[in-house]
Ligand binder design. Structure first.
Ligand code: ADP
Length: 314
């Protein structure tokens, strides 16, 4: 039996005239996963999710939501899909609750079920207390949270979010990240585009890095970082016989390289948290004082830089 993925993208291409925005990408997202699609502006993220949402026809290839082709079975694909675009038309003179009720009716919800769903999504996005406030008086972040609520009213199994935290206040940002984690607990599959590596790192089970219309790497944050082949660099400033201590440190498990020079010792290690305690113990046994410790973690930014030679935030 072939596995049904929550999201399946095969050989997907999209050109706008001469611009090849998406150049034959493949990825799958399993049910219940949070999948981060990362890349700088112009990478092709929005084009990809517009195709998945049924808003844009691909030039070639296939995309499926819960096994349903977005091309030939559009309404089935859409039935289990919620999409949070960057901006949804909200009525500024209506309250948060009225706006959501409007969207709920568009999904065919009525009466008690409509009220219940509006209550649930207001709770999820942390706006229950503000439900009677006019949306026109809301911050950009609060409006974005209403957008998220609107996309969830019909209980989609798959949620697609396009850069949901761009340009909003830290409090709303935190609410949005927490909502995504709550949806994850509820078993919803989430595809999340972002160019903030910390968000991808916090939220995503797996991350695809997209650049110039191609997926250049895909995996867990750990796998991607391992791809760079960089170990954590630990820099110590020490006083005393650092050569002796450095000799001890080079024999510690998970330490790959030790360089001691002029009171500064640099180590390349697998896991800084694991090696720091024995480093301090041996330093103390050798009468060496550690004056400062700097741990340089390789991150997704490093991965992107390594793969493309450019920074993620350009
Ligand atoms: P991202 O979401 O990663 O910023 P997009 O999918 O918006 O990337 O854009 C990918 C490429 O396609 C960019 O070069 C962009 O300029 C181009 N593009 C996007 N939409 C259009 C359009 N409607 N017409 C022409 N070019 C477009």
């Amino acid at each position: 039996m072939t596995q049904t993925f929550a999201i399946e993208v095969r050989e997907l291409r999209k050109s706008y005239g001469p611009v090849e925005a998406v150049r034959g990408i493949d990825f799958t997202v399993s049910s219940g996963e949070i999948f981060g699609l990362m890349g700088p502006n112009g990478a092709g993220k929005s084009t990809t999710i517009s195709i998945l949402s049924g808003l844009l026809q691909p030039s070639a290839g296939e995309a499926r939501i819960n096994g349903h082709s977005v091309l030939s079975e559009g309404s089935l694909a859409k039935a289990s899909l919620g999409v949070v675009p960057q901006d949804v038309a909200l009525y500024p003179d209506l309250s948060a609750r009225e706006n959501l009720a409007f969207w709920g009716k568009m999904y065919g919800l009525r009466g008690k079920e409509l009220n219940r769903r509006v209550d649930e999504v207001l709770e999820l996005v942390g706006l229950s207390a503000r439900q009677k406030g006019k949306v026109g008086t809301f911050s950009g972040g609060m409006k974005r949270r209403i957008n998220i609520g609107a996309a969830l009213l019909h209980r989609p199994k798959v949620l697609i979010m396009d850069e949901p935290t761009v340009g909003i206040d830290p409090q709303s940002r935190r609410h949005i990240l927490d909502s995504v984690l709550e949806l994850h607990r509820q078993g919803v599959t989430v595809l999340y585009t972002t160019h903030y590596m910390e968000e991808a790192r916090e939220l995503a089970d797996r991350i695809a890095i997209m650049d110039r219309g191609e997926i250049i790497a895909c995996g867990t944050a750990r796998e991607l970082i391992r791809l760079v082949g960089e170990q954590t660099r630990v820099e110590l400033e020490v006083q005393g016989k650092s050569d002796l201590a450095a000799g001890d440190w080079s024999t510690l498990r998970g330490v790959h390289h030790v360089q001691a020079r002029d009171g500064a010792v640099t180590l390349l290690v697998d896991d800084a948290d694991a090696v720091l305690p024995p480093i301090f113990e041996t330093a103390s046994a050798r009468g060496v004082r550690v004056l400062s410790v700097r741990v340089q973690q390789p991150d997704l930014e490093t991965v992107f830089l390594h793969l493309t030679g450019r920074a993620l935030r350009d």
